[in-house]
Ligand binder design. Structure first.
Ligand code: MN
Ligand code: MN
Length: 468
């Protein structure tokens, strides 16, 4: 059969599986295996930072106090146990700027409230407050695990991590049985069917023996918590405990081409960002960096969000390392000469709901790393909107390095929208554009990515960091 005649003028998306050799497929699978291992260990931003910092130190990244201002030096900054910034010093003067990838480690989830433990009708339960944009009805009747830290009365901290091991108990949020939910839920709109205050975990059912104690089941649970973690109820006030799906990252499909996992947004970008730095071979021309932040899902506020001074202060510390005057004109030069990829995931066409997309402009699963000129909503509001010049630069880097990429937008005009960290990077006077992996079922407890897209994103980030 004759090939369809192709115009040399027309743009077409290319499958990221096209012309993959056996060795190419092996590389994709190998990277996917590493990623699944990371995902199974790292369900929270704290766990990500701990895991990646440990790995980076093994690979020669050191604190700035031990670093020398020499090309190839590998330096690590950590902030609040929730941000990690990895730097490799380049051959060029730091005043020539950085090539860096900014990406987030936090994912939508439920957080325990400051006073979470209650007893209702002889069941011990824990109250939560959701974090980020979730569809609440997706979080019921799932196995859930708890991860975080409790700072006890004496000031000592203890980690909590329960629900991932094969013999660990898990927790769950009960939904009402269909037999009785016709009125109380059935007459509501879908997104209001499960209310935030009802996202309450079941955590125990055995009453204690003490006759005088009112909440006997709650007391049993507190006794167990005291035994396991040496904590009392008041300690919850100084705790951060995140409730996440106790689900393992798995291959999806007969062809095993996809990965299902909790937290692809944004670990499907922050992991490739991390790997593109630590796997970087040789000495880069410009100083390169991966900036892994927290709090993106709730607006990037706070001391561990990208709006904090962590990045700026870390760059100032690099200036100090070179014996330069900190801040001022020197810092301005660095920022003005820097280039950033905001490594965040993008939405892809869901074949069952194509009506929300402009199919000419929407990204598709399996068609490479997404370049998103703008995000935002309602007339691009809140978008940093990368310039034609910067889009041209990034597109050329990707084309020169045979990266499979595709343009993307988040849905039809006025359908909805969203944002990333890009606008806060742009605020510093740094050119930035969103580039990342396409995700199906974004913000759900079990999101889906394509392995070949994940690998293309890693390759795309590497090519960007290499650019002089
Ligand atoms: Mn994201
Ligand atoms: Mn998100």
């Amino acid at each position: 059969m004759a090939d369809e005649v192709k115009s040399k003028f027309v743009y077409e998306r290319t499958s990221s599986w096209k012309n993959i050799s056996d060795s190419g497929r092996k590389k994709i699978e190998h990277f996917a295996d590493d990623y699944k291992g990371f995902m199974n260990h790292c369900k929270t931003e704290r766990l990500c930072v701990r895991y990646l910092e440990k790995d980076a130190r093994k690979l020669g990244f050191k604190d700035i106090s031990e670093a020398k201002p020499e090309p190839g030096e590998r330096i690590l900054f950590r902030n609040e146990n929730k941000n990690l910034m990895l730097v490799i010093l380049g051959k060029k003067d730091i005043a020539k700027g950085l090539n860096f990838i900014a990406s987030h480690l936090d994912s939508p989830r439920l957080d325990l409230k400051p006073m979470p433990l209650i007893e209702e009708n002889s069941l011990a339960m824990m109250k939560t407050h959701y974090y980020g944009g979730i569809k609440k009805y997706q979080w019921v009747n799932l196995p859930l695990s708890l991860h975080g830290v409790v700072v006890r009365k004496d000031g000592s901290a203890v980690d909590i991590s329960i629900g991932e091991g094969d013999n660990d108990p898990v927790f769950t949020i009960n939904d009402l049985l269909p037999h009785l939910s016709r009125k109380v839920q059935g007459e509501k709109k879908l997104l209001e069917g499960i209310e935030g205050e009802n996202l309450t975990l079941i955590v125990g059912s055995i009453p204690c023996e003490e006759k005088e104690i009112k909440d006997k089941v709650k007391d049993t649970v507190l006794g167990i918590l005291n035994e396991l973690y040496g904590m009392i109820e008041e300690d919850f006030v100084s705790a951060e405990i995140e409730v996440v799906p106790a689900l393992k990252a798995k291959d999806i499909g007969f062809d095993r081409s996809m990965i299902g996992a909790y937290g692809h947004d944004d670990r499907a970008c922050s992991y490739p960002a991390y790997r593109s730095i630590v796997d970087f071979e040789g000495v880069p021309e410009k100083t390169i960096c991966a900036l892994l932040v927290d709090k993106e899902e709730i607006g990037s506020f706070g001391i561990s969000g990208i709006r904090s001074k962590f990045f700026t202060h870390s760059v100032m510390r690099l200036q100090e390392l070179y014996g330069k005057e900190c801040g001022g004109a020197n810092l301005r030069d660095i920022f003005e000469n820097s280039f950033c990829i905001s490594g965040d995931v993008g939405g892809v066409v869901d074949p069952m709901y194509t009506q929300v997309n402009d199919l000419y402009n929407s990204a598709k699963l399996g068609f490479g790393v997404i370049i998103e000129k703008y995000t935002g909503s309602g007339g691009k509001s809140g978008a940093s909107d990368a310039s034609a010049e910067y889009m041209g630069k990034i597109r050329k880097i990707f084309n020169d390095n045979n990266i499979v990429w595709q343009p993307g937008t988040l849905g039809k005009v006025d359908e909805g929208g969203g944002g990333t960290v890009a606008l806060y990077v742009a605020d510093l006077g740094i050119k930035v554009v969103d580039c990342g992996v396409g995700v199906l079922g974004m913000h759900s407890p079990y999101e889906v990515v394509c392995k070949a897209d994940l690998f293309q994103t890693y390759q795309a980030y590497l090519s960007f960091l290499k650019d002089a």
